[in-house]
Design a protein. Structure first.
Length: 255
């Protein structure tokens, strides 16, 4: 024998009446459920934000999506592992949709002011193509060396504070050339940059790429940085190995 069905409106009235009849008993589970859902939503959003921030920081620290270097560069970073990229290959890379690239001359160095000494990474960059690293949107007091014959160095504000120097002062930079010999040069400070990360301010110092091209042979770089703006575009290790058969390509995750 089948039980008679109860109209849904009657079930609704009974349910609502039961909720108000046992307010304390029903409020506690309701508050618990709301708190649990809100906590999970907040923690998921927080973790997602941390992931995005780590992704942006890893890419913008002069790594970007792919970094192409000579073999052995990461075992012994420096100008000894410089190479001359083929212009035709760079044109093929940039011809792909949503892909940008730039060449840099980067090397560990020692910087000395009148009072302090620090170890840094000296990066020779081309400001016209440096559009996707943190320096492209960093706040800069002073100016960035953009001309071929312009001498000057841009320091992070935290590094300048550690060195107790400022714009207009001169610092001494010691770096190894392509033959492994130490070269020393006095360079005026012409700019200070502010970054969201103090570690970047203490780690990097920038000069015009042309000013470092006298240390390796002319036209040589230590790395080619590749940024992929189009998320649908796939540029993998195999395709980069085909484009740069004698070099090594590493993704930002590997770096």
């Amino acid at each position: 024998m089948q039980a008679p069905s109860i109209p849904w409106m009657m079930l609704m009235r009974i349910s609502v009446r039961n909720l108000f009849r046992h307010r304390r008993r029903n409020t506690l589970p309701l508050v618990s459920v709301i708190t649990a859902v809100a906590s999970v939503t907040f923690l998921n959003a927080l973790m997602r934000g941390i992931q995005v921030d780590m992704y942006a920081t890893a890419r913008e620290s002069l790594n970007d999506d792919w970094l192409v270097t000579a073999p052995g560069y990461f075992d012994d970073p420096g100008l000894m592992h410089s190479f001359k990229p083929a212009k035709e290959t760079l044109m093929l890379v940039e011809a792909q949709p949503g892909v940008q690239s730039t060449g840099r001359v980067r090397s560990p160095a020692v910087i000395m002011s009148e009072r302090e000494t620090r170890g840094i990474e000296l990066a020779g960059v081309d400001p016209s193509t440096e559009t996707f690293s943190f320096i492209s949107h960093a706040s800069i007091d002073g100016k960035f060396p953009a001309q071929v014959d312009e001498r000057g160095i841009v320091l992070g504000r935290a590094l300048a504070d550690d060195l107790r120097t400022r714009i207009g002062k001169r610092v001494v930079v010691v770096v190894r050339d392509a033959n492994g010999r130490s070269q020393e040069a006095g360079i005026p400070v012409i700019g200070l940059f502010d970054s969201e990360c103090t570690g970047l301010e203490k780690r990097f110092a920038f000069v015009a790429r042309e000013s470092l091209e006298s240390l390796p042979p002319p036209g040589y770089v230590t790395e080619i940085s590749i940024s992929i703006k189009d998320e649908e575009h796939v540029l993998d290790s195999a395709s980069l190995t085909t484009l740069f058969p004698e070099l090594v390509a590493r993704s930002w995750r590997q770096l």
